[in-house]
Design a protein around this ligand. Sequence first.
Ligand SMILES: [Zn+2]
Length: 88
Amino acid sequence: MPRQSEWPRCEQCNSDKVIITRTTLKKMMANKPVLKSIPEDIVNGNSTTIAVCPECDQYALGAELIEPFPFTTKDGEIKTINDWYNER
Ligand SMILES: [Zn+2]
């Protein structure tokens, strides 16, 4: 998990990214999403946690699913994309 001071930001929209586990990524990939904020080498790598942009990859995170995928925010909270959007 990155430290807050060096928390990853999206190169495309400058949002703070959120962190998912590789287990979650595998579940996400079952839906064959078009990932915009996770480089292919990271997808195919073996890091245990992965930074993803909740803005650019909202659909990959399950924005339209009944059970969206859990992620950890910069504040250390476990949320889903629905929580994230409701709180903006
Ligand atoms: Zn973004």
